[in-house]
Design a protein around this ligand. Structure first.
Ligand code: HAM
Length: 420
């Protein structure tokens, strides 16, 4: 136990840091180009925020939250998603009083869900998300989807599909709920146990049940798209016009309902087209009622979340390798104790010039230091010590050509910098 991470969690090891950092820099760049700025909210919030925000009938709230009492007897929950915290920060800091829209993104925010761990499903994962407050135009969703595809494209991912749907608004959804329930009640006994429970509390979720018998049943279910009010219909049509104008292929999937209660109008998912059935790379949509639901002024909003671990899994599936960091430029080897200070100072002098430099920290023999420098793929070895040190020079070896030269110690940093 002591040396085993909790089930469903993963370390990001130094060997993988370049993958995470490349993904992060692509996300930062694309988000900034679209005018989004970073937000960081706490890892935990008051449980009530998620009960109200995410919805107390959702699987996330009912089964998956990490909730505990703190020492002050408050109920606290580790973030099971990023949107509710972003809305809370938007309200608490009165960002609604600034010129809108307010566009924010969170980067590799840890998210906790007590799920059955399996490929692509972790108990702690990390999300990049973009949230836009104050924009009611379908251009918000079009901009979000375009930015997402740009990010995934920059990373080299291919074979992605965009699915969109509209789940209506409080004006038109109740009529649909009633029609759906009427349809499902005729097939109630054939539904899986979970869907029978969902029937009352969240009938929409039956539409995305993965159990084959339920999948078969809902094929004939009435579609929300046939019952949208004029406003929702126009919004959905305009979103499609924008995606088409940009040449973004998409499919309309009336079974996308998403697992969170706050959505209105547009919902969307990005899936990989090969393998990994049912695992979305990304999900999002519009949530025009949430800010008001949490006590703020009526504010239209939309956003998405994408799991970094799922991106990394898909990069591996597609055999995409992100660039490794540049290898060490100079390895400063030392010939024992008396050379240590000079070696340390040379090492720091080189780093001050922006040169990636390593030195011996393990007390290795000279031979072992040379071997290690080879392993690091260093370009040069600067050998400090022995007879050379007493003459005030160092030996510089080019590891590719094996050429050696002597240079004065006090000019070494400048001279090496000139070579690189
Ligand atoms: P979500 O679909 O629940 O949406 O999660 C977004 C993404 O997080 C998923 O598409 C997936 O990449 C990743 N993800 C979710 N659960 C796991 C897991 N157990 N293990 C690994 N990755 C996972 C939301 O969370 C919404 N807050 C998105 C949103 C933002 N909607 C509007 N704004």
């Amino acid at each position: 136990m002591l040396t085993q991470a909790p089930k469903g969690t993963r370390d990001m090891l130094p060997q993988q840091a370049h993958i995470w950092q490349t993904i992060e820099s692509v996300m930062r760049r694309r988000a900034a180009l679209a005018g989004y700025r970073e937000v960081r909210t706490p890892v935990f919030e008051h449980t009530e925020l998620f009960l109200r925000g995410v919805g107390d009938t959702t699987d996330i709230v009912q089964k998956e939250m990490y909730t505990f009492k703190d020492k002050g007897d408050r109920s606290i929950t580790l973030k099971p998603e990023g949107t509710a915290g972003a809305v809370r920060a938007f309200l608490e800091n009165k960002l609604f009083a600034d010129a809108l829209p307010c566009k924010m993104y969170y980067l590799n925010s840890p998210v906790f869900r007590y799920e059955k761990p399996q490929a692509g499903r972790l108990r702690e994962h990390h999300q990049f998300g973009m949230e836009c407050f104050g924009g009611k135009s379908p251009a918000v969703e079009a901009e979000l989807i375009s930015t997402l595809l740009d990010i995934l494209g920059d990373l080299g991912l291919k074979g992605l599909s965009v699915s969109i749907n509209s789940i209506g608004c409080p004006n038109c959804r109740p009529r649909y709920h009633a029609a759906l329930k009427e349809f499902l009640s005729g097939r109630f006994n054939d539904l899986c146990e979970e869907c029978r429970e969902r029937f009352d509390r969240n009938p929409l979720r039956v539409l995305d049940c993965k159990v084959p018998t339920c999948k078969e049943i809902v094929k004939e279910a009435p579609s929300m798209l046939d019952m949208l009010c004029d406003d929702c219909r126009a919004h959905f049509d305009q979103l499609q016009e924008l995606l088409t104008a940009k040449g973004i292929p998409y499919t309309i999937d009336s079974h996308i309902v998403r697992g969170l209660d706050y959505y209105t109008k547009t919902v969307f998912e990005i899936m990989v087209t090969r393998g990994r059935e049912g695992l979305a790379l990304c999900g999002g949509g519009r949530y025009d009622g949430l800010v008001e639901e949490l006590g703020g002024p009526a504010t239209p909003a939309a956003g998405f979340g994408i799991g970094t671990e799922r991106i990394i899994m898909e990069l591996a599936n597609q055999g995409i390798e992100l660039p490794e960091p540049a290898p060490c430029a100079v390895y400063v080897a030392n010939l024992g104790e008396e050379a240590r200070t000079a070696a340390y100072l040379l090492c720091q002098g080189l780093r001050e010039k922006g040169i990636q430099t390593e030195q011996d920290l393990c007390g290795r023999s000279l031979k072992a230091q040379f071997k290690y420098a080879d392993k690091l793929n260093a370009k040069y070895i600067a050998l400090v010590g022995g007879d050379e040190l007493s003459r005030g020079v160092i030996k510089l070896r080019d590891l590719a050509t094996r050429e050696e030269s002597e240079i004065p110690l006090d000019e070494a940093a400048d001279r090496i910098a000139g070579l690189l």
